[in-house]
Ligand binder design. Structure first.
Ligand code: CUA
Length: 165
């Protein structure tokens, strides 16, 4: 079989691209430890509404100025609906759902996760710009999906107050 010289170049180029794709998937999976939320923590969706942590969703500001935000994502709302967090401090979000899969995207930031019933999704990020951000559900979850939103307010807070807002 005679394969044209230029045809051979493109065949090898296509093969090279596939190798690069596979290598990058392997690197992010094993090298950077990118893992699905199932590797973090599990929770029975039936008990979310009575769970000591998730039945009291809200913000806790710690002594060192960092904050933890506990959120319930449910049909068709986020609890709490308005979240105040400190600017320039690590903010850890902990989320779960008592019903179906939702999304939690803080528009204009790198804060974005799926919220899967049975699992606790957790991520930590720092907001450098004060202001108001829109939080949306970006996984279609039912007829009220388009109404599912909340507000994040990043503001300068006196650290060490330990107060929840
Ligand atoms: Cu919740 Cu879409």
């Amino acid at each position: 079989m005679n394969v044209d010289f230029y045809e051979k170049i493109w065949m090898w180029a296509a093969l090279g691209i596939i190798v690069v794709f596979l290598a990058s998937i392997g690197f992010t999976t094993f090298g950077m430890a990118v893992q699905p939320p199932s590797h973090v923590e599990m929770i029975d969706p039936e008990t979310v509404r009575t769970d000591p942590e998730f039945s009291q969703p809200g913000v806790t500001v710690h002594e060192d100025g960092s904050a933890t935000v506990v959120v319930q994502a449910m049909l068709f709302a986020f609890l709490p609906n308005e979240i105040h967090v400190p600017r320039g401090q690590p903010v850890t979000f902990r989320l779960t759902s008592p019903d179906v899969i939702h999304g939690f995207q803080i528009v204009g930031t790198n804060g974005n996760t799926m919220v899967v019933p049975g699992y606790v999704s957790q991520f930590t990020t720092t907001f450098s710009r004060a202001g108001e951000y829109l939080i949306v559900c970006n996984e279609y979850c039912g007829l009220g999906h388009h109404n599912m939103s909340a507000k994040l307010i990043v503001e300068d807070m006196a650290s060490g107050t330990g107060g929840a807002r």
